[in-house]
Design a protein around this ligand. Structure first.
Ligand SMILES: Cc1cc2nc3c(=O)[nH]c(=O)nc-3n(C[C@H](O)[C@H](O)[C@H](O)COP(=O)(O)OP(=O)(O)OC[C@H]3O[C@@H](n4cnc5c(N)ncnc54)[C@H](O)[C@@H]3O)c2cc1C
Length: 431
């Protein structure tokens, strides 16, 4: 028997969670620790903000999935990994030992802005602002600041926009120039436009949505895809500010590096992501931005019983983009390698094998290029897919329908019978 400890029930651990019955049959014990009973699928987060999907549509009830499979779920947050001592310390004071541990704790929003207490991106209630966690983003003057991670915050943003729209004009500023920033800006515009009751998927004259993109919008996308994204943003009434960076949250908006303040009642931070400080704080080998340094087998380069996948790792063979596509594709490799390592442990403890090497670990081989489909709100999208030297770009309804088909198929593949139940996710106020 060997003990498997999974930190985080994110995209990269879903295959390992699905394999729990097999692991238990082989005599292993599996414990999964995550901050809450549900995990949010980011692909649908912007659609929840825009109202395309109800909040539960993006949630996977991981506690129920783990327990139904024969594992143990603990609601907690890892704060330190003691790899030499094979134990993990949690925020509650709990300490759990392991034989094999895997980390899939995702990422946090990078470049937090001073003045906005933007560090509040990893707790159960992440809404924050100079006015405090309940910063009203309106009447009191203090903007409400919400990082786009964790993804539940996009639902919180929707609730805040609807609440504020009932009181008066709402001015949203999205900080960031990448795909998440564009999706969030377009869907905030849809949310506000529809809140005004005309069914329009565009921001009304009373309100505003401004995207402060830094140097330029979507610098990593080719010109054709950028044009489609600009057209989508224009259709939603989103104003794009380029050549300006957000530097701090002011009492009435967002201060830009030119000295101008962009008035805001709500500030959404989409300024890129980075691994959480957990690994560096634990003295583990990390990459340049603090991701757990792993080899091709998704195994810590210094600690063979420690694995990881998704946004939180630094893949040493070739640094990877922090997109869900890699987390999802790493899932089966991670699940197989964890099982192999556990079996190796069990064999050693029962004296059936003296082998201490790598029992048949599989490598993760990243495929070049990936399909990117941005949700630009109200059932539209922008698709980009590189093919060797060429690329496919497509905007509009078809792009969205393809994204929806991929996202719903992925979720259906993991959801337990009956899906996510009303009231199962503590943040879902619609339950
Ligand atoms: C708005 C937005 C839209 C996006 N859309 C797409 C998209 O359409 N397609 C795509 O490929 N990528 C998308 N991405 C990127 C995608 O979200 C990430 O790459 C993906 O979530 C990474 O998956 P993961 O499993 O590594 O981490 P996550 O999905 O973040 O999962 C990590 C899990 O670990 C838990 N956790 C965190 N800290 C701890 C801790 N200390 N202890 C225990 N548990 C912890 C979290 O609660 C979470 O459940 C989007 C990102 C954003 C911000």
């Amino acid at each position: 028997m060997a003990r498997l400890l999974l930190l985080g029930a994110g995209h990269a651990h879903l295959d390992a969670i699905r394999a729990i019955p097999t692991l238990v049959t082989r005599g292993h014990a599996v414990t999964v620790v995550g901050p809450g009973p549900c995990h949010c699928y980011s692909g649908m987060g912007p659609g929840v903000l825009g109202g395309t999907y109800p909040p539960r549509a993006m949630a996977l009830p991981v506690r129920r999935m783990v327990e139904a499979a024969g594992g143990t779920f603990v609601a907690d947050t890892a704060v330190r990994i003691d790899a030499p001592g094979r134990a993990v310390h949690f925020a509650s004071g709990l300490r759990l030992g392991y034989d094999v541990c895997s980390c899939n704790v995702g990422s946090v929003v990078a470049h937090r802005l001073p003045g906005g207490h933007g560090a509040a991106d990893d707790g159960p209630d992440n809404s924050d602002g100079p006015g405090g966690p309940d910063g009203d983003g309106g009447g009191g003057g203090a903007p409400l600041v919400l990082p786009v991670k964790p993804i539940e915050n996009l639902y919180r943003a929707r609730q805040a926009l609807l609440r504020l729209a009932a009181r008066g004009p709402v001015h949203v500023v999205v900080a960031g120039g990448g795909p998440a920033a564009l999706e969030v800006a377009c869907n905030a515009a849809v949310c506000l436009g529809r809140a005004r009751g005309h069914g329009a998927a565009t921001v009304s004259e009373r309100d505003s949505v401004t995207l402060v993109a830094g140097r330029t919008l979507l610098p990593r996308l080719p010109e054709r895809a950028r044009l489609l994204c600009r057209a989508a943003a224009a259709a939603r009434g989103v104003r794009i500010v380029e050549g300006a960076r957000a530097v701090r949250v002011a009492k009435d908006g967002l201060l830009l590096d030119g000295g101008r303040t962009q008035p805001a009642s709500v500030i959404l931070l989409a300024t890129g992501v980075a691994p959480p400080p957990l690994f560096a704080a634990s003295g583990l080998p990390v990459g340049p931005d603090g991701g757990l340094a792993v080899n091709a087998h998704l195994q810590s380069i210094d600690h063979p019983d420690l694995f990881g996948g998704g946004d939180c790792i630094h893949f040493t063979p070739a640094p990877l983009a922090r997109v869900g596509v890699h987390a999802v594709r790493q899932g089966p490799v991670l699940a197989a390698n964890l099982a192999a390592r556990l079996d190796g442990h069990a064999r050693r403890t029962t004296g059936k094998s003296r082998a201490s090497g790598q029992p048949g670990l599989a490598p993760y081989i990243p495929r070049p290029g990936y399909l990117l489909v941005l949700d630009t709100g109200a059932g539209t999208g922008v698709l980009h897919r590189p093919f060797g030297g060429a690329e496919l770009c497509l905007g509009g309804r078809l792009a969205f329908l393809l994204k929806r088909a991929i996202d719903t198929r992925f979720l259906r593949g993991h959801l337990p019978p009956g899906g996510t139940r009303p009231g199962e996710c503590p943040w879902d106020a619609t339950a």
